[in-house]
Design a protein around this ligand. Structure first.
Ligand code: CA
Ligand code: CA
Length: 219
């Protein structure tokens, strides 16, 4: 037989257990409610997600494709020699036209002939241009003279010779008065197969190189 206090304790414990069960049931209900409430919150996101990135992708492809197609076209215009044209008898290089005369004349007469053809005697203002022209074999007048002031070399456009960009043969210019007592006041390139520059008497008759701008046809 159980004593009275013992039975009382047992009843109390039963009551406690029942309260705990109730609490647990209540917690389960709130958890259930949370679980059932959340899916509707997720659903709108999952339905929005597939549609949201689409416009971004479209914008990227639309804005990139015109740039990709225009850039190579611009490069072609800048580098393609076929975009420049020269008259018959002239050679086209890098947007310039060059005429290598077959007849020989004095420097002054050669210059007049170049001007008559719409150009002038060549002005060499880059290493690339010198390398290009020295591929020819012969003696050619170029558009450089010190006839106004001895030792002051000027191009035909009036610009002074850049002393850091000259291609004189190592003994030149020497203004030798051998063939002409006035000395040597006109520049030519090509002597015994050496395509560097030499000062010569302007009265000597040589071939010449004329230069003028090419006509751009790709604008
Ligand atoms: Ca001279
Ligand atoms: Ca000389």
């Amino acid at each position: 037989m159980m004593s009275r206090p013992q039975k009382y304790i047992e009843v109390l414990e039963l009551l406690k257990t029942r309260d705990m069960l109730r609490n647990l049931e209540m917690k389960q209900e709130t958890v259930k409610a949370d679980v059932t409430e959340r899916p509707p919150e997720i659903k709108p996101c999952s339905t929005v997600q597939p549609t949201c990135p689409e416009p971004e992708v479209k914008i990227i492809t639309q804005s990139c494709s015109p740039i990709q197609t225009t850039s190579p076209q611009l490069l072609e215009i800048n580098t393609n020699d076929s975009c420049y044209k020269c008259e018959e008898g002239w050679e086209q290089h890098g947007g310039k036209c060059y005429y290598f005369s077959t007849k020989s004349s004095s420097w002054n007469k050669s210059r007049t002939e170049c001007i008559t053809k719409g150009g002038d005697l060549v002005k060499i203002d880059s290493s690339e241009e010198q390398i290009l022209l020295q591929k020819k074999n012969g003696k050619f007048w170029i558009g450089l003279t010190d006839s106004a002031v001895e030792g002051r070399w000027l191009w035909v456009d009036g610009s002074p010779l850049n002393e850091r960009l000259t291609f004189w043969f190592f003994t030149e210019p020497n203004n030798m008065p051998v063939q002409d007592p006035d000395g040597e006041d006109c520049a030519m390139m090509g002597h015994n197969g050496i395509m560097f520059w030499f000062d010569y008497s302007c009265k000597l008759t040589l071939r010449s190189i004329c230069e003028k701008a090419a006509v751009a046809v790709c604008v």
